[in-house]
Ligand binder design. Sequence first.
Ligand code: SAM
Ligand code: DTB
Ligand code: SF4
Length: 334
Amino acid sequence: MNDIRNNWTREEISDIYHRPLLQLVLEAADMHRRHHTFGEVQVSSLLSIKTGGCSEDCAYCPQAARYHTGVKVQALMKIAEVVEKAQEAKDGGASRFCMGAAWREVRDNRDFDRVLEMVKAVNELDMEVCCTLGMLTESQAARLAEAGLYAYNHNIDTSEDYYNNIIQTRQFGDRIDTLSHVRKAGITVCSGGIIGMGETDEDRIAMLHTLATLPKHPESVPINALVPVEGTPLGESQRIPFYDLVRMIATVRLVMPAAAARLSAGRLELSLAEQGMCFLAGANSIFAGDKLLTTPNPEFNSDLEMFGILGLKPKAAFADKPEMRPKEKDAIHA
Ligand code: SAM
Ligand code: DTB
Ligand code: SF4
């Protein structure tokens, strides 16, 4: 469909972002219906498999070792514990299980071997498996693909110009390199960012421009509202107004029509009506479960109630890529 373009200019994205809010929502809702089943929401569950003690200086992050945030450092979890959590998430209606590690980058060691085993084991549960482990080399991405990884989350977080105000221990280009390794390995790409870190509208537009002009759009674009955590440099940040989130999601929907727009961190602060407006503006994915990585998220039952009231239904696993279902793969290779 010619709605999908990779040659956006910043001016075009800026024009979209600055449209009158309700017009923007209306256009996004229309685009949403053209590319997705309206009301269907992809539900992911997050688990922090290795927590805290990270060497990076990401100004938003409670898991950076250099900030005193009260997050307890936890070594890499055992495979059986992770599988148990994945089964619980599946029983609660999640179709995707995302495992996060507070690493700067993956190292080729026994911890990585264990993560590969986790990926295989969760795959066996017939769930889409996702990881977010920091930077990857090309060969590490290939090994994850081989283990059956469905998606890799690696956020660019903000614009290239603003990046250095938030993170100094790596470069924006390092993130783009990892995204290309993931893409090359045939793993689906999940990449978005955070709003509410003191960035301007231009930074938000530039961030979306980077994602929308990648050779192929990410399959998922998480938009996180900063969760200010005491002890981090951004711990005293003001909450962004919810309509900034709506504007951001609607712009994602219009510039990357086929992507899943994930209403990610910050949902706990939103009312049902505010979340409803985000779904109308094209959000079609959430993190469910009462914890993100280290911070709280809405309770299972309140999300269930919201789905009932708004008439949303969870999307089945592998609906977009049946060929990535483990059973299908086995059949092809048999
Ligand atoms: N260490 C890996 C990395 O940085 O890619 C994976 C885990 S890291 C916690 C994953 C993402 O969580 C970050 O890129 C950021 O977008 C998001 N995140 C972390 N802390 C956050 C916060 N306080 N508020 C909102 N999003 C946050
Ligand atoms: C994403 O974009 N948001 C999630 C997930 N990808 C890994 C993480 C949000 C973390 C919020 C802070 C915390 O709970 O530590
Ligand atoms: Fe480490 Fe990731 Fe947190 Fe940055 S965002 S400090 S890389 S865990």
